[in-house]
Write a protein that binds this ligand. Sequence first.
Ligand SMILES: Cc1cc2nc3c(=O)[nH]c(=O)nc-3n(C[C@H](O)[C@H](O)[C@H](O)COP(=O)(O)OP(=O)(O)OC[C@H]3O[C@@H](n4cnc5c(N)ncnc54)[C@H](O)[C@@H]3O)c2cc1C
Length: 480
Amino acid sequence: MAEGMQKFVETPHARPEKRPAAERRRDFDEIYSSYARGKAAEQSARCAQCGVPFCQIHCPLHNNIPDWLKLTAENRLEEAYELSSATNNFPEICGRICPQDRLCEGNCVIEKGFEAVTIGSVEKFITDTAWNRGWVKPIQPRRERPDSIGIVGAGPAGLAAAEQLRRKGYQVAIYDRYDRVGGLMMYGIPNFKLEKDIVQRREKLLRDSKVMFHLNCEVGRDVSMDALRQRHAAILIATGVYKARDIQAPGAGLPGITAALDYLIASNRHGLGDAVPDYESGTLNARGKNVVVVGGGDTAMDCVRTAVRQGARSVKCLYRRDRANMPGSQREVKHAEEEGVEFVWLSAPQAFLGRDHVSHVRAARIHLGMPDATGRQTPQEIPNSHTNIEADLVLKALGFDPEDLPAALGVPDLGVTGWGTLAIDWRSMMTSIDGVFAAGDIVRGASLVVWAVRDGRDAAERIHSYLATKAHAAPRIAAE
Ligand SMILES: Cc1cc2nc3c(=O)[nH]c(=O)nc-3n(C[C@H](O)[C@H](O)[C@H](O)COP(=O)(O)OP(=O)(O)OC[C@H]3O[C@@H](n4cnc5c(N)ncnc54)[C@H](O)[C@@H]3O)c2cc1C
């Protein structure tokens, strides 16, 4: 079974070439090149083909990684693509931006002595090859169904659900308040992690598969949920979470202190060629500035690396815990350090100083105390330990909460959890309203693209069961 595989002893781990940091700092292009065919086969052959594949178990999509690695090692790329795309709607996107070090690669058995198989890079290679060779084709359902499904939100959860429903022959319409498709994949995640044409070719594929998009259409403002419920047999809410957590500290309202996502959206829009007045005026542009980013997650990493590329004078990342306890990917920290970002670990803002614009962040040193109920050590300020850090632009990257969605959508009886996420029955994925389902960050809280894809796929299955059950029950009810 493992013939030609298990080459991890003699073949060293090798990622595709990474561009030098000095070059990366000057543009927003992706930082890794792609494998050549021979290299992808060689690296795939390092897989141990273990009996219990922990990579697959720890993938939210349970991708059949060992089998598509074996097919790649054997140069059977079209089959590898078919297998990989059978469980994942966007393998080339996950290959680029999944935190593999915490998921598949972090659980690769050979990781302990030999460094993990480069699963993400192979996944990207397989699917990019499939696109280049024309193996990725629009969906042509075996039969069309008359039922129409309305999806609110064109992020990964909504798009994955749309594709799965279309495969089953449903008529699918997606509504999004933005002018482009992709949600945070388009406007949150920077181009150097995920080039935007990768998302746009997925959009085109869905359009060619006859998925309808209604962009610049905010549900709850431009169209009501009632209207959608009349138009569609079922609705999926996949609106994500966007309310930025704030910092409570003296001076927090000073100009020059900005929410991270506003900054990233401006940068992404500028990169896409849009006119962005706040970018051009310098308000949301790091050029020539001393930038301080507060936070230690993926958003903070994206901000610091964007600021470097915009030509900031200095970029510091302030995080209240240490490197080992940060939520962001260690791989991202390494990239950021190479690109010139300075990490100020165990540090938290106490106050923001400045007369009519922020000029400094007063940062206190932190000691990690006893673990709390979640097992994480509690950050405690060390008295009289502060230093003042120069800052012309402060970016707050402390995470996101859901907005008040029942109010935003104008549906007061839409049930929410204590965290403000949508309450669903996890068996049916239905909200408190009959025929209205939910998926992605709005259910899970801020999470990952791979989880959004998983939820979107699950929701599509549940919607299908719901409609099938309804159709089956209807004649009997009518007959009774
Ligand atoms: C800066 C940043 C970097 C990230 N980096 C990574 C990463 O490297 N890897 C990773 O796996 N994950 C990353 N994530 C997380 C990931 O992007 C999200 O978990 C994922 O996009 C959630 O998908 P979703 O479909 O649930 O929501 P979203 O992607 O947020 O999409 C929701 C969509 O709903 C639309 N919408 C909202 N309200 C309405 C309404 N009322 N009417 C119409 N449309 C509406 C929005 O416009 C949006 O297009 C990152 C997140 C951020 C913020």
